[in-house]
Write a protein that binds this ligand. Structure first.
Ligand SMILES: Cc1ncc(COP(=O)(O)O)c(C=O)c1O
Length: 412
């Protein structure tokens, strides 16, 4: 790999034309600090995709270093000097062999390899780079753990002050990780949307920049790289279905946006994967809205699941998630905690891949969808393992050997 092709220093033409309200289509100027649109909905970054198609070829792309910044033409950062990076590697597609159930291909996109051990690094790398470009000095975020960990790390690197709020039962390792990376973190006796309200209130009181899911336009651009990367890894053939553990839905909406942009720029054709939103039975607002044919979801009461990352009772991008799922011919599906834990054990034992509970939920959902005939056994399916399984509590291990006694090796 040549050093001259360094994605972090190459200056490049940029293609952002404007920001657009995801609900009304209203246009907003790019290159200004932005949160939600006037309609109170997420803003999306728009590009001159025809120009990208002319400026970039598959061949040129294939020669670049293996990190997310290789897709720079599709990203909003205008100046290389604004990039805040901790080494956002491309993540492998790992084929499940023993735990595959059909004749098709079952692939896990293993996002645990990214900085801070989760896919949140993608979105946060982009959001913090844009904060740097805009000269923002203070930000805040609600988190179920992984996003806060990523924000803490990237803000430390960019010298931005980060204040982070998480539900008080957030995994201890995440909370300590956030603190250890220099952010100020508070446990809150509420859920992630309650934490989100604190962030919004503090925005008025403190003037910090709100970095909540889909309340600023750039985290989704980072998550979009999952779709760009997936298409390129599969030689510009999208898979038949993608199972995505859905909380706020940034990744699902981001990948859907990536495929549309790739088609408009001439990199892929009209085929799309079926987008499958996977939720936990204890918090399944998208599944309920999908089954009831609604455009928006209602807040899920008493949300509870071991898969903390998808414990999101209400998502501001609900209509975008539902639209992507429906337009793709996909579906939303819920699995219970028991199935999630079983799935984690099965894939770890049979294929040596310790998934996070949210990732394991996608495997449990795949099994269920196969059994219900919603997925064909011959389909090529991609599951998302969004974070390292090491960040979560694991079943206890109690076996011990006493060196003061004779060891019966035949009994081991
Ligand atoms: C491990 C994990 N999986 C899935 C999600 C949900 O991601 P999204 O907000 O893109 O739906 C999260 C978010 O916190 C997470 O940490």
């Amino acid at each position: 790999m040549s050093i001259g092709a360094d994605n972090l220093s190459a200056e490049r033409p940029t293609f952002v034309t404007h920001l657009e309200c995801s609900a009304t289509g209203e246009r907003y100027e790019a290159d200004r600090i932005a949160n939600l649109s006037r309609a109170g909905k997420p803003l999306l970054v728009r590009y001159d995709l025809a120009a990208i198609g002319k400026a970039l070829s598959k061949d040129e792309l294939s020669r670049r270093q293996h990190d997310i910044w290789r897709y720079r033409e599709f990203l909003p950062v205008r100046k290389a000097s604004d990039i805040v990076s901790l080494g956002e590697v491309l993540t492998p597609l790992i084929r499940l062999k023993q735990s595959a159930l059909g004749a098709g291909e079952l692939l896990v996109k293993d996002e645990s390899r990214l900085p801070t051990g989760s896919f949140k690094a993608r979105g946060v790398a982009l959001a913090v780079s844009m904060m740097k470009a805009f000269g923002i000095k203070e930000t805040a975020m609600p988190t179920n753990g992984n996003a806060g960990a990523a924000l803490a790390a990237y803000c430390a690197r960019a010298r931005i002050k980060a204040t982070i709020f998480c539900p008080d039962d957030t995994p201890e390792i995440n909370v300590r990780e956030i603190e250890a990376q220099g952010a100020t973190v508070y446990r809150v006796n509420g859920l992630i949307d309650d934490c989100g309200k604190l962030v919004a209130q503090g925005r008025e009181a403190r003037g910090w920049f709100e970095c909540s899911t889909l309340k600023e336009p750039y985290r989704i651009e980072g998550k979009k790289t999952m779709g760009l990367e997936l298409a390129e890894q599969l030689d510009w053939e999208v898979p038949d279905a993608i199972f995505y553990p859905t909380g706020g839905g940034t990744g699902l909406i981001g990948m859907w946006k990536a495929f549309a942009e790739l088609e408009a720029a001439g990199f892929i054709g009209a085929k799309r994967p079926r987008m499958v939103a996977v939720q936990a039975s204890g918090c399944a607002p998208m599944v309920k809205a999908f089954l009831q044919g609604q455009t928006h979801a209602t807040r899920w009461q008493n949300a509870s699941t071991v898969a903390m990352g998808i414990r999101v009772p209400q998502a501001i991008g609900d209509f975008l998630i539902l639209q992507a799922v429906r337009d793709s011919g996909g579906f939303a599906i819920a699995v219970d905690d028991e199935a999630i834990i079983e799935a984690r054990e099965e894939v770890a034992h049979k294929d040596g891949l310790l998934m996070c509970p949210e990732g394991a939920a996608t495997y449990a959902a795949y099994r269920k969808a196969l059994a219900e005939g919603k997925i064909s056994p011959s389909d090529r399916v991609v599951l998302f393992n969004c974070a390292s399984g090491l960040k979560y509590e694991l079943p206890p291990m109690t076996r011990r050997l006493d060196l003061t006694k004779a060891i019966d090796f035949r009994a081991l």
